[in-house]
Design a protein around this ligand. Sequence first.
Ligand SMILES: [Zn+2]
Length: 508
Amino acid sequence: MNDDSAPLPTSLSVELPKADRTNSAKEIDARWSDDGSRILVARTVDPRVWPLLDAARPDIGALCIVVGLVLLVVGTARVLRTPRLAGRSYCRRCNHDLNAVVGVRPDPPRCPECGLALEGRGSAPGRSRGRRLARVIVPALLAIGGGTALFATSITRRQAPLGGPALLPAWPIAAASNLGNWSWWRRSTIDTPERFALRIDIIRVDTDRLWLEAPVLATRTRQWIARTDGAMVAWADFSERSEWHPRVEWFESGRGRGGRADLGPQGGGFPSICGWSPDGREIIALLQRTGTDYPMRDDGTAVFAVDVMAIDPDTGTVRTVDRGRGRATGGPPGGWLLGPAIAAVGIDPTARTVTLAGEQVGQGNGTSRGGVSLRELTVVGNGGTRIVTLDGSIVEDAYGFRRAWIEADGRLGVEFASSFGSANPASQGGPKRLVDLDTGKVTEPPSIASAPSDMDPAPRHTVIADPTKPSIAGKLSPDGSRRFNIEIDWSTTAKITQMRVRVDRVDR
Ligand SMILES: [Zn+2]
């Protein structure tokens, strides 16, 4: 270094907020944006502001009901036991009629009957029985109603909600241990919320520092996509939270705001997020329509229509670009199983949209980690629709598709969702394939940047990281000039206390 400017730091780091809210049992997915300007770190978090208060909801609800009932019984009995006349004054303790003359406020300092000091709140104005009862019954019923609502929404009959822990603690524990078939279980505890969320921290990488941009809080989903610059993230939701509307949601970190759009009516199909339009302006999504009577083909599979849709995040406008084909297996009487499908939109008029249909195979049979078998391409352009049958080759370790795009040479690029990440430091996310739109030939893309041979994938730092997670260790930027590590403090058992992103320059 013989120039005057200060040398650039070789290492930058930034602390990730709310590390202790991270669910350490779930995978952490971190990647460079395609243009290398940002790093996105996605983790499963407990989104609650007050976990203790949330966990105590059934107890607070039950307390409100009990307080309301006591108020109702004691208050009503008190009103009925102490008859009063409107316009007179009474001793609040013994109900002695203090009026010598009707309508004149009593002036003795103490009750002549029981001796209570009558200054201030000692004497009570007489009111009609109806008004006195209303003053007892209305707040009592509000407490009972509010408590019941709070209780009912924080208790479940299911012992194991979808995606939740195997067994939730009963409410109250004493009743459950003494009675079989106890049906009141907590929906959430201090440690386990009813629903986890996906938090994506977006870190802008400058030459001399790292900037934390506004974080994304999404529904817990495997399939989220980032725009080329990493500043916008989109995902699909089809759950209780979207009230079973096929929905696409997005968030832009620079503007700190997001939006959502429904792809169809309630129950109108399964949405999946696919990628971005070639100009980066629209989000591409796919809707697999439900409720169709699929005609079965000779090989026992069925083909059904899927809509390739484009969403403009500026206006929320949804348009259907083309119609592709999805693929289902199984059939009656067990029901059709929709295979994974993904679509991409291109600029070539003969290949305006491409839909790729696959089949999930070997999942959970104990011998294989499973994969996606590639089955069929639907290419739609000005010349009409063209079907390309693929050889059915299996992409190992894949669970559905993650995103799709059209390469500069016209081939379809796809990334698969995977829990295993890629051991190749130059590869972000899950496995990838390129598919030729004419021949259907499937190839594995070459590494974008080659890793220096002496690179140490394990970070050298006082914070303990988990080097067994290849998705977060030593990832190279797209141009190969930098790499990041996620440094995680695991020193407390089963709890993450600290998370940090460190970016190092790579000398080549
Ligand atoms: Zn009295």
